[in-house]
Design a binder for this molecule. Structure first.
Ligand code: AQP
Length: 327
């Protein structure tokens, strides 16, 4: 059976980068895989979070999973901190990973760069991520380009554990979407669109009003050439907008290029905004229906129970393999 585990960190408001690289891929994948979609709140606190915001955003991410079309009857939706096995296997994984390996992680280097104080949890984050995936014996993990290195480490740790102790973990394969795996900032196409970017014009939020979506996309940087061409090497800003268009319309980048051949950026950007608005408005409506409902609480409680059952089996297997006393 093919199984997926993936999640979106509640470290900021969800934007169209997370939608392209994760959420809309999740919705498609639920038909072909047994899915576990979680809210990695324990990962979010590797950098300081305001408690009220963490609370709201954790619920928001779960609500967006459902609003975007993940069926909670098919997929298990849960909050990471509701399943304590993540922390326990995370600690075990910390004992298997080497300091040098963690030091080479580019995301740690980027996130710690120029900061006076950085938590040790930010450094060991990939060990917890490995635990998240391995607990569910995921065969596949959908990841954006930026998470490829962490997944590679998960694979290494699983193989190391299996050969050092006994075969316990499935070694997961990455699934990197061809379109949407790297959506860049609207202000700077060399930087990934990120929740924690202080520049609000660098992203479109899933909860932005249609007026704000139109304004932000109209302001998105382009270049002086005035041709809508998908060419990341020479036209990264325009290619990024074409990619967003492709994610939201479901059309290929070639179809989009052909449609706007010989035209400037004005009409293209206007149409792009409409494609995004058309997709996001119904998601926003469904989000508003469930965010404060008992339905969401029920789904998360059931999800935690289902997730715990699977996670506990793997955790006990791993502990037994290492020589822990288990009954
Ligand atoms: N801009 C993006 N383009 C494509 N994929 C993206 N993902 C995130 N941003 C983009 C993918 O979404 C999944 C969940 O990511 P995450 O929110 O858990 O972590 P992140 O990648 O660290 O997201 P941010 O927005 O950059 O958050 P902060 O700023 O808090 O670190 C992942 O598979 C990710 O690749």
């Amino acid at each position: 059976m093919k199984r997926i585990l993936s999640g979106i960190k509640p470290s900021g408001e969800l934007n169209i980068g997370g939608y392209g690289g994760a959420l809309h891929q999740f919705v498609k994948m639920q038909h072909d895989f047994e899915c576990f979609f979680f809210v990695p709140d324990l990962h979010a606190i590797t950098v300081p979070q305001d408690p009220k915001e963490l609370f709201q955003r954790s619920k928001d991410i779960a609500a967006f999973y459902i609003a975007a079309g993940i069926d909670p009857k098919k997929a298990t939706i849960f909050i990471q901190s509701h399943v304590p096995a993540h922390v326990e296997l995370g600690w075990i994984m910390e004992t298997q990973v080497h300091f040098g390996e963690l030091s080479r992680m580019t995301q740690f280097k980027e996130k710690s760069d120029g900061k006076d104080s950085v938590s040790s949890a930010l450094f060991t984050y990939p060990a917890l991520m490995a635990a998240d995936i391995l607990l569910y014996q995921a065969t596949h993990v959908p990841v954006g380009e930026d998470q490829k290195q962490h997944l590679e480490m998960t694979r290494d740790l699983a193989a190391r554990f299996n050969s050092r102790f006994e075969k316990t973990f499935v070694i997961p394969e990455p699934i990197i979407p061809t379109i949407g795996s790297r959506i860049m900032g609207l202000d700077d196409p060399t930087k990934k669109m990120s929740k924690s970017n202080p520049n609000k014009n660098s992203y479109v939020l899933l909860l932005d009003s249609p007026a704000d979506i139109r304004k932000k996309l109209a302001r998105a940087v382009t270049d002086s050439e005035m041709s809508v061409r998908y060419d990341w090497d020479n036209k990264p800003a325009v290619s990024n907008l074409i990619e967003i268009y492709a994610v939201f319309s479901g059309e290929s980048t070639e179809t989009i290029e052909r449609r706007y051949e010989g035209q400037g950026y004005g009409g293209f950007k206007k149409d792009l905004a409409e494609v995004v608005v058309e997709k996001l408005v119904p998601i926003q409506e469904r989000y508003r229906d469930i965010i404060d409902s008992d339905v969401l609480i029920r789904i998360l409680k059931e999800g935690a129970m289902r997730a715990s059952e699977t996670a506990q089996i793997t955790l006990v297997q791993a502990k037994r393999a290492m020589g822990f006393v288990t009954f």
